[in-house]
Design a protein around this ligand. Structure first.
Ligand code: BGC
Length: 889
């Protein structure tokens, strides 16, 4: 349901059902039954249809916070039937079901620290240590009684901060950092937890630990605090359903009491300080004496900002053992290498420590070339340091609760001995998305490149799609705009990005501008208004276009037209803004970080060159492309008149661009790979000049020795543009290029994630102070799936697919799969060892997809199921493209 398995908080009144049919379905019947009374909410009757994905509910109104069983009967052409059953529950669908109050513990508000970009560049630092500046986490308790007839109990809770709920001494659920990041001015996600088994007849206690989180903590490039508020609070409503069908509601209110506990401070960015001596053991238990705790302040909540959380929450998705532990050559600590750059935190076990001993854990993504400690992230409030204060010699295992870091290495100080390998593990945090793809070849470097992308995706899909998990953790729109297609192969991202798109649309300005970052705070607004140059940019070409590109990508890969319906008005609004002179004449990031523009100059100077050189040129390209996307969307939504109008507006932008910028020989005003790439990818070059523009691009690629000179916006298209315009061999050479800037340079220099800058580690091994975990340039992973493995959707949602492996990709074996809405689409191809010059391709096609194998000019229709095809290649290796080898079977 809604892309999830047995969801417990469906947030829409018309949810969609999907199932995988293991036969050729010709008809289906869906039945939905309410668990409470066994009543049938919907019976679709037998529907003659092959559809198995995203079939919308069309029954009686679904109840709020209610459980349902659904069944599907799928009938094949031969009359055989299959049957399956599943369940779902709804969230608090209707805001009026909220009767609760925000409860605010008495607290010293967190210090308001506001920094500008200039402060950041100048290396400003706040005065005073975190203990003085940051506030402690709060503990909250509420007692309530329950009868012995509770058959179902659901806790709906959220916070302005981040929180961990407990019931009767037990942690509720396995989420971390709830409620997650949202554009809190407009939306705060509510979590729904099944707590039936935790309720006892008689006295119960609900307790919460609450810290600053995204609400009051330090976030964004400047690490400014209190961007949504300086005071933390929580809210909940516990629903106890009784055997007789009645419901008792326990809501957060003035009877809640609070105190501070072991978290001296807990900040998402800075880190947390946990003093075990301050832990009141048993504070989450019923028996705990809370008479000395302070009553909270309770204020009725405005239910309109409360929205059910959609998708999968952040969880501990895996742990990594230490790959090595070594004494810090420069100090008294130990450096632990976890072997992989991640977003997460360290869990450690200590013993034999004197009470009051401080163990300090610092984090970094890279060491210096000589193995000494080096911090690759500079900035304000980016300490990424956790402090544990021991209560005594007893063995104790501790992991921070309210923070996470971007790191591969941790330095531990304060321990008398080196930590044993079992005493430290890295806990990986991420939005817990279903992994849906795989890509493995006979080439270890290519495999590592793919793995690096997967790790950067994991490390940056933490509640929202971010640029990097250590420095900013900001929802930069441009970054996900370029990365979304690649992300769809690796994980089920539809609900994750669907929720983010709701934030993005909520953040859209009244004049149509789509901000460069979402969630966006008041502070972001004020700082842009006070800044100049790049810092003053509110909306930019290629960033704001995420509002169209991301839904379009989701539609392409998942076939979900509702995504387009939801997105369309906001896209039109953005398009209107793009038609203004504020857009065409405004500042843009351009082809951000285009490599040659950064060479040989100090970074802070160089960073402005690509925007200045390419911004004005790229703006109309994105305007035209977004208009075209909008035109196609209008068509899909059955609005042909609008589609025509949008298409003609797109044509006008292109005509004007060509008249102003495309010379008769196909030349463009700026001789950069990225500019040609985008112009060709977005159809900005008149037909008669395409071959010469493409030849010019090919020339630029050759001149640079097949090294990349594409920035953020153009890099997703470079290989496709070369390929599509007759330069497949060039595309392959760029992919395999080992000299920087290139993907394999990173791999060859020990990368375990995708870097923000191609030379984050210089050829002599020096690590620069830049992010090692930025997924944007990892968009090439989509090419690996589509072109190297050859798994390509040729109609939305893979209704039609082509398997078109590049047998000349430069590898001998490729195995890959994606999970389409209809099931697994897989390919395994290998150049045969026994028969040189032959290749075997095994494909797996699910029912519901019309697929073909497209190799070397041949198109072979594929049946559902697994089949193997052998191609005899010309004896002279490599196989020449366009030749038609004979089909073996
Ligand atoms: C971020 C990006 C972002 C860019 C915008 C950087 O600081 O890390 O990835 O897109 O700014 O210019």
């Amino acid at each position: 349901m809604e892309y999830l398995h047995e969801p417990t908080a469906v947030a829409t009144a018309r949810p969609r059902f999907s199932w995988i049919a293991d036969h050729d379905q010709t008809a289906y019947r869906l039945v939905v039954v309410a668990v409470a009374d066994g009543g049938t909410a919907w019976d679709s009757g037998m529907v003659e249809s092959a559809e198995t994905a995203l079939v919308a509910y069309a029954g009686a109104s679904l109840g709020s916070d209610a459980a349902y069983i659904w069944t599907v009967l799928s009938r094949a052409a031969d009359g055989s039937e299959r049957f399956a059953e599943s369940r779902f529950e709804t969230a608090l669908l209707d805001p009026v079901t909220w009767t609760t109050s925000w409860v605010t513990p008495r607290q010293r508000p967190t210090a308001i620290e506001r920094w500008t970009l200039l402060d950041w560049i100048r290396g400003a630092q706040p005065e005073g240590g975190p203990t003085e500046r940051l506030q402690p986490a709060q503990l909250l308790r509420q007692r309530f009684t329950a009868g012995d007839d509770v058959v179902r109990a659901r806790l709906h809770a959220t916070a302005r901060g981040v929180y961990v709920p407990h019931l009767n001494g037990v942690v509720v659920g396995d989420q971390v950092l709830a409620p997650g990041s949202d554009s809190y001015r407009h939306r705060i996600s509510v979590q729904a937890y099944d707590v039936t088994d935790l309720i006892h007849p008689g006295e119960n206690v609900l307790s919460l630990a609450l810290a600053d989180g995204w609400w009051a903590g330090r976030i964004g490039i400047t690490g400014s605090s209190a961007q949504y508020g300086d005071t933390i609070s929580a809210l909940w409503q516990l629903h106890l359903d009784h055997a007789d069908g009645s419901r008792t509601v326990v809501a957060s209110d003035a009877d809640v009491v609070s105190a501070t506990g072991p978290w001296v401070y807990a900040d998402l960015f800075v880190g947390e300080r946990y003093d075990r001596r301050l832990l009141d053991t048993g504070w989450t238990a019923v028996a705990f004496d809370d008479t000395s705790w302070t009553p909270v302040e309770a204020k009725p909540a405005d239910p309109t900002v409360l929205v059910p959380f959609e998708g999968e929450p952040v969880r501990r998705v895996c742990t990594l053992a230490a790959a090595s532990v070594a004494a810090d050559p420069d100090g008294d600590g130990w450096i632990v290498d976890f072997g992989q750059v991640i977003a997460g935190r360290v869990r450690m076990t200590v013993r034999g420590l004197e009470a009051g001993t401080e163990v300090v854990i610092e984090h970094t993504e890279a060491l210096a070339a000589d193995g000494s400690w080096f911090v690759n992230i500079l900035g304000i409030n980016t300490e990424q340091t956790d402090v544990y204060v021991a209560a005594g010699p007893e063995e104790d295992t501790w992991e921070p609760t309210f923070t996470f870091h971007g790191f591969r290495y941790a330095r531990l100080r304060g321990l008398r001995e080196a930590p044993g390998a079992d005493d430290v593990v890295a806990v990986v945090l991420a939005s817990d998305l279903e992994q849906t793809g795989s890509f493995v070849t006979s080439d270890a470097r290519l495999n590592r490149l793919h793995e690096n992308v997967v790790w950067s995706q994991r490390g940056n899909f933490v509640s929202i799609p971010t640029d990097c998990p250590q420095r900013e953790r900001a929802g930069w729109t441009g970054d996900i705009q370029v990365f979304a297609p690649a992300a769809t192969n690796n994980a089920m991202i539809a609900p994750f990005l669907g929720r983010w798109l709701q934030n993005l649309r909520a953040d859209q300005l009244a004049d149509g501008r789509v901000p460069i970052v979402s969630p966006r705070s008041h502070f972001d607004e004020e700082s842009a208004a006070a800044a100049q140059g790049i810092g003053a940019i509110v909306a930019a070409a290629g960033w704001g276009d995420a509002i169209a590109f991301v839904p379009w990508t989701l539609y392409q890969r998942y076939g979900d037209a509702r995504v387009l319906e939801d997105a369309f008005p906001a896209i039109l609004h953005w398009i209107d803004y793009q038609a203004t002179s504020a857009y065409s004449g405004g500042d843009h990031f351009g082809d951000w970080l285009a490599p040659s523009t950064l060479e040989g100059k100090p970074f802070h100077e160089a960073i402005g060159i690509a925007p200045a050189l390419t911004g004005a040129l790229i703006a109309p390209m994105f305007q035209a492309k977004t208009l075209t996307i909008a035109a196609v969307i209008a068509d899909v939504l059955g609005r042909p008149a609008e589609a025509r109008d949008l298409a003609s507006r797109a044509a006008a932008v292109r005509a004007r661009f060509a008249a102003e910028n495309v010379a008769s020989d196909g030349g463009l005003p700026v001789e950069l790979q990225g500019v040609y790439t985008l112009a060709l990818a977005f159809d900005m070059v008149p037909n008669d000049r395409i071959p010469s523009a493409a030849a010019r691009l090919a020339g630029l690629v050759e001149e640079r020795g097949y090294r990349l000179d594409t920035g953020f916006l153009s890099v997703p298209y470079l290989l496709d543009v070369l390929w599509d315009h007759g330069y497949p061999e060039l595309a392959r050479r760029v992919l395999w290029q080992p000299a920087q800037p290139s993907w394999l340079y990173e791999v060859d220099h020990g990368a375990t994630t995708i870097w923000e800058n191609w030379d984050a580690v210089t050829p002599d091994g020096t690590t620069r102070a830049t992010s090692l975990n930025h997924y944007a340039f990892g968009c090439v992973d989509d090419w690996l799936y589509r072109r190297v493995a050859g798994l390509t959707a040729t109609a939305p949602g893979y209704r039609r697919a082509a398997i078109q492996p590049d047998l000349e990709a430069g590898v001998d074996v490729v195995s890959a799969h994606v999970t389409t809405p209809y099931g697994r689409l897989a390919v395994h191809w290998a150049r045969s060892e026994d028969a040189p010059g032959a290749a075997q391709i095994r494909v797996e096609v699910p029912y519901g997809i019309t697929a073909e194998l497209a190799v070397a000019g041949r198109r072979i229709p594929l049946d559902s199921g697994i089949s193997t095809h052998t191609f005899a290649l010309p004896s002279a290796h490599p196989l020449l493209l366009g030749q038609s080898p004979s089909l073996g079977d």
